[in-house]
Design a protein around this ligand. Structure first.
Ligand SMILES: *Cc1c(COP(=O)(O)O)cnc(C)c1O
Length: 371
């Protein structure tokens, strides 16, 4: 055995995305103690940069020390008590995982299903909230990475408020790629990930909780089922007044990477980052359509950062083509998930991967492989 030196790949799948050298270099800096004042100052900067990214003033905004799925679980286990009712919108894989979280936390999930490739239907949500006045939470995925669909988070959060529900929003793929306006939209609890449009290695999950969500946690009568994800304990580590108490050891070097990635987003500016994702999406779309591909998702609710295209009929072995892309072209694209397996490819333009060189490389490699 010897040290591991992977061949670099161009990452154009559903995440992780390409990690800029600047972020990798940040990660290689000396590890300090997690209660070292230098590190605590870094934690404060990360919190304020995350508030910038989420467009919020929420004090309770920080990265959970585990990937996006842990942010998802943090939202559900802290806001749910056994016996609660949660309305969950399912239009792809990740909505399905939300249902799992709800039932495992001892609550009843009222599921609203929409076709894969379509956004969450607002009328169905309104009807369901009307017929379930006992519902405490409305949960949905803003950007469904399994299909490439953007749902209307602003309208969904407004519906949740009208019916006195808290909102839980999955922004794993949306944050940094399309607008996510936590305060303006009145989002109550939201989680994201680092390895999609933030272009930071996987392993952390930024979350933000608003005042209504915090009041709901404070009013709990049962303890949170998960010790590690219990916000009442983690909060003392991330924002303890007059000195922080040990809860767990933060993944210190991963925090360096997140800080650097957020600094890069801050330097570029949110609007510029969104515009870059859109411009690169349009260039990729034009090239893919020239090659004969068609999109699964209608343009009005298509995600720029995740392009789902039907595999042309002349392709008999789609897995072999992805293997050639990876091995001969050092290019990763994503396969279809669930019902879409074997039928679509998912081409990511997330974070640093949304650049002209990647668009060109992807189109050139596909042309080569498809003949
Ligand atoms: C990737 C993703 C997740 C899960 O994040 P992990 O970091 O893989 O745990 C959750 N929701 C959506 C929409 C995602 O794209």
């Amino acid at each position: 055995m010897k040290p591991f030196h992977p061949t670099p790949k161009t990452l154009m799948g559903p995440g992780p995305s390409d990690v800029p050298a600047r972020i990798l270099e940040a990660m290689a800096r000396p590890t300090v103690g997690h209660l070292d004042p230098q590190f605590i100052a870094l934690m404060d900067e990360i919190k304020s940069l995350l508030r910038f990214a989420f467009q919020t003033e929420n004090a309770l905004t920080f990265p959970v020390s585990a990937p996006g799925s842990a942010g998802m679980e943090t939202c559900f286990v802290n806001l749910i008590e056994p016996g609660d009712t949660v309305v969950v919108c399912v239009n792809g894989v990740f909505g399905g995982r939300m249902v799992e979280n709800v039932t495992r936390a001892g609550a009843t999930a009222v599921v609203i299903s929409d076709d894969w490739g379509k956004p969450v239907d607002l009328q169905k949500v309104e009807d369901t909230l009307k017929s379930h006045p006992e519902a405490k939470i409305l949960a949905f995925v803003h950007a469904e990475t399994s299909t490439g669909v953007l749902s209307d988070a602003k309208a969904l959060c407004a519906l949740a408020r009208e019916h006195d529900c808290l909102s839980i929003v999955d922004a794993v793929t949306s944050l940094g790629g399309v607008p996510v306006k936590v305060d303006e939209w009145g989002v109550d609890a939201i989680y994201s990930g680092t390895q999609k449009c933030l272009s930071v290695p996987p392993g952390l999950s930024p979350i933000s909780f608003g005042p209504r969500a915090i009041a709901s946690i404070e009013a709990r009568v049962t303890p949170v089922q998960s010790w590690f994800l219990d916000l009442s304990l983690v909060m003392n580590y991330w924002q303890g007044e007059g000195g922080r108490s040990y809860h767990h050891t933060a993944p210190i070097n991963a925090m360096y990477a997140l800080h650097e990635g957020l600094l890069m987003l801050h330097e570029e500016g949110l609007e510029a980052a969104f515009a870059r994702h859109q411009t690169q999406h349009e260039a990729l779309r034009d090239g893919l359509e020239d090659l004969g591909f068609s999109f699964l998702v209608e343009p009005e609710y298509r995600l720029p950062q995740l392009n789902t295209v039907h595999i042309p009929e002349r392709v008999t072995d789609e897995a072999a083509i992805r293997k050639n892309l990876l091995e001969k072209h050092d290019l990763e694209i994503g396969a279809g998930l669930g019902a879409l397996a074997g039928k679509v490819w998912r081409i990511g333009l997330m974070g640093a991967s949304a650049c002209p060189a990647n668009v060109e490389k992807c189109l050139g490699a596909l042309k080569d492989e498809l003949g």
